[in-house]
Design a protein. Structure first.
Ligand SMILES: Cc1ncc(C[n+]2csc(CCOP(=O)(O)OP(=O)(O)O)c2C)c(N)n1
Ligand SMILES: [Mg+2]
Lengths: 165, 576
């Protein structure tokens, strides 16, 4: 299944204090309340705060309850539910190919540049590519690469911030 | 001021106004205990750490001040898991201090190492692992702030030994008084939104069959007076949940008593047939609602809670008000002004009809038969001061205590409502009595519960905390026996406690208590009078009660409240 076609999801941008164990608190809350996490990405925004982007499966619990329970965590400062249409959302994928034929390199290069992706390494028939884009773009990128012998693939969770009003 | 982390901890507790700590020493907390000797704080040495946790909880509930429990790492920390979970579910303000292995050994499976903050993450409101002794004053200050503000709850502070041990250079710190807390993620909202309050008042004015559904939040926000004023002003009947007994005097004519699985008929049916439920600090617990999809089907709901996550969690409210019950009720009273509410005459007379036909009742003992537990509770009630504090265990005796005691004062009823922790009563009673030494404190306990935590009677004796225990000995895990009788064809599995051991009299005497056994109804009054007259040591009165007695009414688990089962001798009317 394409990841972008998963059951309905909600994307939460959660601002947390940079305190030890805060990620465990957030992840633990999801586990014990039976909320399903689709993806999660976290990094500090400055000395004091980190931002966690959580994509949650909307069918596992009412989003309102998820937000309220998250908000009860002392280290959670702010929660914004991001609207898919208006927010800026990116995910990244790394792909390692082992081309079935020697003469396919050019085809792949063309494909990558069509998606505005990047070629990180090429050695013989092996290539490592990356693309940072919307999840549906990543889906179609990966789909188009299928014939070229995907050996390994790693996607990040989405990161997102609200769009410009 | 230069000191070590252990001294700083005690100084921080003193700074927060702590008067008593319930605890138990051990390796990782040793340095802190060295400072206990020099601090102006009473330490109550318990006999099991679980007892310390429930004592802190009973102390907090009775006094309104946060309770403090202090124990060592590892097995001691895990021994307070139950009371922490208990306090978390019942929103009791508590601060727990645990020792931890030295910081550098964390993660190495060191002796008596447990991941205490990890284990307690889901049963505390918040917890801390302290790495720098200089942080102690501020963290302790934050912990007390978090425990007592917003929806109260337990907060745990885990203290690695290296930062408290005077012998270790890591423990050197400079005391600085804590500053105002800066917690951007913890900003409880106390005042309700005026527009919502307006909307709630309008519903209340227009309702024909309103019921105030008062929960433990009323007591937590110290809003008993406001509750009574609102009920009286709007002539609205009130049900008080298991956690809210005493929030409105039981003898008040508007008080319908306890709703729920073992609530009385009128309280249960009033909620079922209400056209408005005004939920104040209550949380639509499944023990109150019964089967949710048939609960109070015609009622609009106004839900007031300080914890926004409760609003809409179980039942969708027509009006949701986030705020502190005391302030929200005061604002509702202001908004009401001199307005008249709709006439509740028909509703009130329906309710009194139910009260007449289905009072809480039990059949008196057969001549020569065993004591009726309900009668014992009524006798203690009638012979004890009105403001007696009652702590109960969990089981049938808990339900009877809630049903048959008359709670005319707030903060006189301690029980484990959310977690249902057997063994709660004796330690909770000890904690309450430690905080309120001038009050009579009765623990109403079951024989099963007694065997779980009776060792705290040693604490009570040694520490001179003279509680009284009414041991309702029905020789069974009675509540479980009742379910097996009703739902498992009376196939009694592992519920028989008939002994012949322990001998509760010898056991109690060995723990320094005066112990009295009562078998005959004629001896009940005298025994209670004797117990009430003893104030220099704990008393245990063992009442041999009817083993087969069941708690009624009862809404069977998973059933609708409308399927309430009244006692067999009360024929239920066929409802039109
Ligand atoms: C720690 C714990 N273990 C098990 C239970 C399940 N349980 C609920 S009531 C009860 C029986 C209590 O027996 P007793 O204290 O004699 O009270 P009674 O019901 O007989 O009045 C049991 C086993 C519980 N609530 N708590
Ligand atoms: Mg029993």
């Amino acid at each position: 299944m394409k990841r972008s076609q998963l059951a309905e999801t909600h994307t939460l941008a959660v601002l947390v204090e940079n305190k030890a164990g805060v990620l465990a608190r957030v992840a633990g809350l999801f586990a014990r309340r039976g909320f399903n996490i689709d993806s999660l990405a976290v990094a500090p925004t400055d000395e004091r705060f980190s931002r966690i982007t959580i994509v949650v499966d909307a069918e596992s619990a009412p989003i309102d309850q998820i937000k309220k329970q998250l908000d009860k965590l002392i280290n959670v400062v702010d929660i914004v539910e991001l609207q898919p249409e208006s927010s800026a959302l990116r995910e990244m994928v790394l792909v390692r190919l082992e081309l079935p034929e020697d003469d396919q390199v050019d085809d792949v290069l063309q494909l990558v540049s069509g998606f505005n992706g990047a070629v990180l390494r090429v050695r013989g028939t092996q290539m490592i590519l990356s693309l940072s884009s919307r999840p549906d773009e990543l889906d179609s990128f990966v789909e188009k690469l299928q014939p070229y012998g995907i050996r390994e693939l790693q996607r990040t969770g989405a990161i997102a911030i609200p769009g410009i009003e | 001021m230069e000191m070590d982390g252990g001294q700083a901890l005690l100084k921080a507790l003193e700074y927060e106004g702590v008067e008593v700590v319930f605890g138990y020493p051990g390796g990782a907390i040793l340095p802190v205990y060295d400072s206990v000797l020099d601090a102006g704080i009473r330490h109550v040495l318990v006999r099991h750490e679980q007892g310390a946790g429930h004592m802190a909880s009973g102390y907090a509930h009775a006094t309104g001040k946060p309770g403090v429990v202090m124990v060592t790492s590892g097995p001691a920390a895990t021994n307070i898991v139950t009371p922490l979970a208990d306090a978390y579910l019942d929103s009791v303000p508590m601060v727990a201090i645990t020792g931890q292995v030295p910081y550098g050994l964390i993660g190495t499976d060191a002796f008596q190492e447990t991941d205490t903050t990890g284990i307690t993450m889901s049963i505390t409101k918040h917890n801390y692992l302290v790495s720098d002794p200089n942080d102690i004053p501020q963290i302790v200050h934050e912990a007390f702030h978090i425990a007592t503000h917003g929806r109260p709850g337990p907060v745990l502070i885990d203290l690695p030994k290296n930062i408290t041990d005077a012998m270790n250079p890591d423990s050197k710190m400079t005391w600085r008084d804590p500053v105002a807390v800066d917690l951007p993620g913890f900003q409880p909202v106390l005042d309700g939104d005026p527009a919502d309050i307006e909307a709630a008042v309008k519903l209340l004015k227009d309702a024909e069959r309103p019921v105030i559904y008062a929960g433990g939040g009323i007591l937590k926000s110290r809003a008993a007076a406001e509750l009574q004023a609102l009920a009286e002003k709007t002539n609205t009947p009130v049900v008080t949940t298991l956690m809210a007994r005493g929030a409105l005097p039981d003898s008040h004519e508007l008080n319908l008593g306890m709703p729920g699985m073992h609530g009385n008929y009128t309280a249960v049916m009033a909620m079922q047939e209400a056209d408005l439920l005004l939920a104040l600090g209550s949380r639509f617990d499944d023990r109150v609602t019964g089967r949710l999809d048939s609960f109070a089907p015609d009622a609009k709901v106004v839900h007031v809670d300080i914890d926004p996550a409760e609003l809409g969690k179980i039942r969708h409210p027509d009006v949701a008000i986030r705020g502190d019950a005391k302030r929200v009720i005061a604002a509702m009273l202001d908004t009401l002004g001199t307005a008249q509410t709709a006439d509740h005459g028909a509703w009130r007379s329906k309710l009194s009809g139910w009260q007449e036909n289905y009072p809480l009742a039990y059949e008196p003992a057969e001549p020569g038969g065993k004591l009726k537990p309900q009668m014992v509770i009524e006798s203690i009630r009638d012979a004890s001061p009105k403001d007696t504090i009652v702590a109960s265990g969990v089981g049938q005796h808990q339900m009877w205590a809630s049903q048959y005691w008359t709670f005319d004062h707030a903060y006189t009823w301690l029980n484990s409502g959310g977690l249902g922790t057997m063994g709660y009563s004796i330690p909770a009673a000890v904690g309450a009595k430690a905080g309120m030494p001038d009050r009579t404190v009765w623990a109403i306990d079951g024989d099963g519960c007694f065997q779980m935590t009776c060792q705290e009677l040693i604490t009570a004796s040694v520490e001179n905390i003279p509680i009284k225990v009414a041991l309702l000995n029905n020789t069974y895990l009675g509540m479980v026996r009742q379910w097996q009788e009703m739902f498992y064809e009376n196939r009694l599995s592992e519920v028989d406690l008939s002994g012949p051991v322990p001998d509760y009299i010898k056991l109690s005497e060995a723990m320094g208590c005066v112990a009295i056994r009562v078998e005959d109804p004629d001896e009940v009054e005298d025994a209670i009078a004797r117990a009430n007259a003893i104030n220099d040591r704990p008393v245990v009165v063992e009442f041999l009660t009817e083993p087969g007695e069941n708690v009624y009414p009862m809404v069977p688990g998973g059933k609708s409240n409308s399927d309430i089962v009244v006692p067999p001798f009360q024929e239920k009317e066929t409802r039109s």
